[in-house]
Design a protein around this ligand. Structure first.
Ligand SMILES: [Zn+2]
Length: 362
């Protein structure tokens, strides 16, 4: 039996219109439309052609219907010109990520959700409240992926082929999910993670969390969360020079641009100093990249532990992918840059900045 909504999901995941899939699979547009709405069901050989055109194993289409993330509940951190097609593809990947997490959830005891819902404080106050609740005081934030995971956030990687989407966060049945673009510098990855945390805290599951105002709030939250006011005042002199900023950014593992913005926000740089510092940092290559940065991106503790535990039971990632009806490639994209089992070429070591004990009991 074919599940109609899975055909539509897989098609959106590949960024295809009905007409494009029709051309690729050699199946008429009308038939495809009927299959997706469930009016008629494809014959086995037809389904084989569609599965092959979509590059999904045929078994994927026989699973139960998947809960998709509602498009209006998602806070996109993406370029304003990002196509609806790219957003749909990322949202469909999200549904696959949630499916993988459900699989993990049945086999491991994952950290409980501890994301305070704070009503409507200003972002600076909210960041301080979360820091207090999580016992961070004024210290620099540890590994942000570990921190989110330790408080119940399910973190996945965004498909590297859709680099115009930076990150997104969404609640599903009381469980928060965050998807990160793992191609960006380590510092920008930390900022994205803190920005999405801001959405989860400030905009919650029932509030609309998109639009320029929500984006500004999430940015202010991230800035305050990563660079607490007292800590910045304690380390950075008023009117700091570019070299002091480049040195100072390492205290908080943020980008030089983010620290410059924060210092201006806190009144440590005048408008003129802020503009000239930004221009100088741009000239030095700090707008698109992060020279003299952390280098290594922060990886997932939960996913790394889960796959290590599965390995001891002789269950490898391809086995999990097969059970879920996903290709290896598809699953690698969800884990890309977050685990040791990611795509080849990205050999990385587990960053153990934060060593909270997660109880993962198979
Ligand atoms: Zn956002």
């Amino acid at each position: 039996m074919v599940t109609p909504s899975r055909i539509a999901l897989a098609r959106r995941r590949r960024g295809l219109t009905l007409a494009e899939l029709s051309g690729r699979a050699g199946v008429s547009l009308q038939s495809l439309s009927n299959y997706e709405t469930g009016r008629t069901s494809p014959r086995r050989d037809t389904m084989g052609k569609i599965a092959s055109a979509l590059d999904f194993p045929p078994s994927f289409f026989e699973g139960p219907a998947l809960d998709e993330f509602p498009s209006e509940g998602i806070s996109w951190r993406a370029r304003s010109k990002t196509s609806a097609r790219a957003l749909d593809a990322a949202r469909a990947a999200g549904a696959l990520g949630a499916m993988l997490y459900d699989w993990i959830d049945e086999r491991f005891r994952l950290p409980g959700v501890d994301i305070p819902s704070l009503g409507k404080p200003d972002p600076e106050t909210a960041a301080g409240m979360v820091r207090t609740r999580w016992d961070l005081g004024e210290a620099p934030a540890p590994n942000m992926v570990h921190l989110l995971e330790a408080h119940g956030v399910r973190v996945f990687s965004l498909d590297p082929d859709y680099a115009e989407v930076d990150a997104f966060a969404v609640w599903r049945d009381g469980v928060p999910f965050v998807f990160l673009n793992t191609l960006k510098s380590a510092e920008r990855g930390r900022f994205d993670a803190a920005h999405e945390l801001g959405h989860l805290v400030l905009h919650g599951s029932e509030h609309a969390c998109s639009g320029p105002e929500a984006e500004r709030q999430a940015n202010d939250f991230a800035s305050a969360f990563l660079m607490p006011r007292a800590s910045v005042f304690g380390h950075m002199p008023s009117g700091a020079h570019v070299d002091q900023i480049i040195k100072g950014k390492r205290i908080w593992n943020v980008s030089a641009m983010a620290l410059t913005y924060r210092m201006h926000d806190l009144g440590l740089l005048t408008d003129w100093q802020y503009r000239s510092t930004c221009a100088e940092l741009s000239r030095l290559g700090y707008r698109s990249d992060e020279p003299e940065g952390m280098g290594q991106r922060e990886t997932s503790q939960v996913l790394t532990k889960v796959f290590a535990a599965l390995r001891t039971k002789h269950i490898r990632p391809p086995d999990v992918a097969a059970e879920l009806g996903l290709t290896n490639e598809e699953m690698n994209r969800l884990l890309f840059g977050l685990t040791l089992t990611s795509l080849p070429g990205g050999s990385q070591q587990e960053n153990s900045a934060s060593q909270r004990n997660l109880s993962l009991v198979p």
